[in-house]
Design a protein around this ligand. Sequence first.
Ligand code: NAP
Length: 247
Amino acid sequence: MKRLEGKVCLITGAGQGIGEATALKFAREGAVVIACDLKQEQVEAVAQACRAGGAQAEGQVMDVTNRAQVDAVVAQVMAAHGRIDVLVNNAGITQDARLQKMTLEQFDRVIDVNLRGVFHCAQAVAGHMTQQGSGVILNASSVVGLYGNFGQTNYAATKFGVIGFTKTWARELSPKGVRVNAVAPGFIKTPMIATVPDKVLDDLAQKVPLKRLGQAEEIANAYAFLASDEASYITGAVIEVDGGLTL
Ligand code: NAP
C-alpha cells in the first residue's frame, strides 16, 4: 500500500532541490502532486517526471510572496480536486551577510519568502483543511532555526519563526484534524549550497556525526512520513534530519 495514495499534495519550491525530491517521493507514494515554483519550465519538468512514474501531477507557477497568486492556485486545486490534503511549505532562500553588512533589502527579501510566504500558503489552505476535518501542513525550518548561524541573521530569524508558526498552528488547527509539523534539515546537497566551496563542504561534513552531507531524498523521506497517516499522532513537532549535527 502506498503511503500517500490519492492525497492531494501541494509542494512549494518544487522546481529543484528538496522540493523536487519531495514531489518525486510523494508521487511514488501515490499522491496527486501539485508542484509549485517560480519557473514554468521547471514545474512542468518535475510534474512530467512524476507522471512518468505513473502518478497524477501538475505544475503550477506560484510565487509564495504573491498572495493573489497563492490564492488563485489554491482555488484552482480546490476546483479541480475538491480537497487539499497536504501542504509542504518548502520554498526558501538565503541572502547572507554579517549583521553590520546586511542590507535592508536582503533582510526584507528573506523574511518575505521564508516567513511571509509560509504564512500566505498556510492561511490559504487552512480553511479548506479544517472544513475537511483533516490535513497536514509541513514547514521547512533548518538547524539554523535551532542554533543560529554566522552570517544568517535574516535566514535564522525566519527558520526560528517557522518553528513558532508550527507550534502555534498545531495548537490552533490540531483540534480540527489538521496536523502541523516542521522539519529541520542539516546541510543538504542541493542547488542552495552549490556556491559553497568544496573545501568548506568537506569541513562541514566532518562536523556531522554521520560524516557526510545529507541528500534531498533524505528530507523528502521525512516529509513523506509526516504527511502520511503513519504520523497520525505527531503534531507540533520539529524533526531534525541532520545526521546528528545538533547533538
Ligand atoms: P533550493 O535548491 O534553492 O530550492 C528552493 C526552490 O524554491 C527553488 O526552486 C527556488 O526558485 C524556489 N523559490 C525561491 N523563491 C521562491 C518564491 N518566492 N516562491 C516560490 N518558490 C521560490 O533550496 P533547497 O536546498 O532545496 O531548500 C529547500 C528548503 O529547505 C528551504 O526552505 C531551505 O531553507 C530549507 N533548508 C535547506 C537546507 C540545505 O542544506 N539545502 C538546510 C536546511 C533547510 P529559484 O531557484 O528560481 O529562486
